[in-house]
Design a protein around this ligand. Structure first.
Ligand code: NAP
Ligand code: ZN
Ligand code: ZN
Length: 370
């Protein structure tokens, strides 16, 4: 989730190569410029290095962050842009120094593909918050330590350092597991960090890609879960996903009847909300965790904070250890995303449907159609 201004023109060359020791040209879907529709193209992947693995991408989820970045909602992007940071695939080649993986392993790659490895955050396993020079290298719309732009998962293959891949448990289908790499960890991490569990009342705001994973995790962790959705349209689905209660935020009674009721609220909404109204739903010492990343700044009424010693916090994805822990938790509990599998030539249509709120609950691209 970063933006920098490095631009490169060496992105769509047609170097032909498929051997381990050289770069390879792979099929991909890219936006050529901000807000342009995604179109089929090719990108060059680096040669498989000493500690790299080559991943045959099988599935790639569509995260709302992909739309934000293609649309430059968060600032200047690097174009052409190949989005995609919910990647599930199979190892097809390993570098000579690779110890963690072998050909055939089922692996995932999430939002970052490198970090400094030496700062306090990297050493603590919080690579997403890397404070080393250049910070974390994000899976796309970022600049690698080789100075080249990164390209994401809407593509056929990916070369990544072995340390930045995660193991996908055998019992999870790869298509429905792909969204765990961003939507999954983004909700698992704050729910675990702020102690969702038995005896705790948790609200998930927004039942989209992130929100529906939040409901599954909070329920599996033993918390009492309420969905706060704009309307009751998704009520039946929400209850099936594990919610105990489902309330519409368009109904003012929701805010009076549930006032002071929650220990933890996780806001996944991609638009700016009146957070002060949601703060009123927290108990004394409760926390509202912001994970949605709207274009506009969020603001809060000071009185809503101080009147109940309430906190507003933020959380970004999760580090490598937490992501593996989340995947293992999913393996144990049989948790995956609810997906609609699409062909790559349907990406633009899917983007529009995400904007229209017409997805239950995550689009996943079948990478064999790229
Ligand atoms: P999504 O599938 O589009 O879901 C967003 C949900 O928010 C919608 O389903 C809708 O839920 C609700 N919503 C949308 N517009 C709204 C509005 N104007 N007012 C009130 N509610 C609205 O998106 P997503 O992929 O889950 O991503 C959600 C946000 O999280 C995005 O901003 C994304 O960039 C961000 N994100 C953050 C992180 C992180 O690390 N912090 C990671 C990934 C994504 P209802 O229909 O239930 O109301
Ligand atoms: Zn994402
Ligand atoms: Zn670091």
């Amino acid at each position: 989730m970063t933006n920098d201004t490095h631009h490169s023109t060496a992105t769509t060359t047609t170097t032909e190569s498929t051997t381990a020791s050289t770069t390879r040209t792979v099929a991909a879907y890219a936006a050529e410029r901000p807000d342009a529709p995604l179109a089929k193209t090719t990108v060059v992947r680096r040669a498989v290095g000493e500690h790299d693995i080559l991943i045959d991408i099988r599935y790639s989820g569509i995260c709302h962050s992909d739309l934000h970045q293609v649309g430059e909602d968060w600032g200047t992007g690097i174009f052409p842009m190949v989005p995609g940071h919910e990647i599930a695939g199979v190892v097809s080649e390993v570098g000579p120094g690779v110890t963690r993986w072998k050909v055939g392993d089922r692996v995932g790659v999430g939002c970052f593909v490198d970090s400094c490895r030496t700062c306090d955050n990297c050493r603590a396993g919080l690579q997403q918050y890397c404070t080393g020079e250049g910070g974390a290298v994000f899976t796309y719309n970022s600049t690698g330590r080789d100075g080249l732009p990164t390209y994401g998962g809407y593509s056929a293959e990916l070369v990544v350092d072995e340390a930045y891949a995660l193991s996908i448990p055998d019992n999870l289908p790869l298509d429905a597991a792909a969204p765990l790499l961003c939507a999954g960890i983004t909700l698992y991490s704050p729910l675990a960090h702020w102690g969702a569990g038995p005896g705790r009342k948790v609200a998930i705001v927004g039942l989209g890609g992130l929100g529906h994973m939040g409901v599954k995790f909070a329920h599996a962790m033993g918390a009492e879960v309420t969905v706060l959705s704009q309307s009751l349209r998704k009520r039946e689905d929400g209850l099936k996903l594990g919610a105990d209660h489902f309330r519409a935020t368009a109904d003012p009674a929701t805010f009076t009847e549930l006032a002071g009721g929650f220990d933890l609220i996780v806001n996944t909404v991609s638009a700016d909300l009146d957070l002060s109204a949601y703060l009123g739903l927290l108990r004394t010492d409760g926390t509202l965790v912001q994970v949605g990343a709207p274009e506009k700044p969020v603001s809060v009424n000071a009185h809503a904070l101080i009147s109940g010693r309430r906190s507003v916090a933020g959380s970004m994805i999760g580090g490598l250890p937490a992501t593996q822990e989340m995947l293992d938790f999913c393996g144990e509990h049989g948790i995956t995303a609810e997906i609609e599998l699409i062909r790559a030539d349907r990406i633009n249509e899917a983007y529009q449907r995400v904007l229209d709120g017409d997805v239950r609950f995550r689009f996943v691209i079948d990478a064999s159609t790229i």
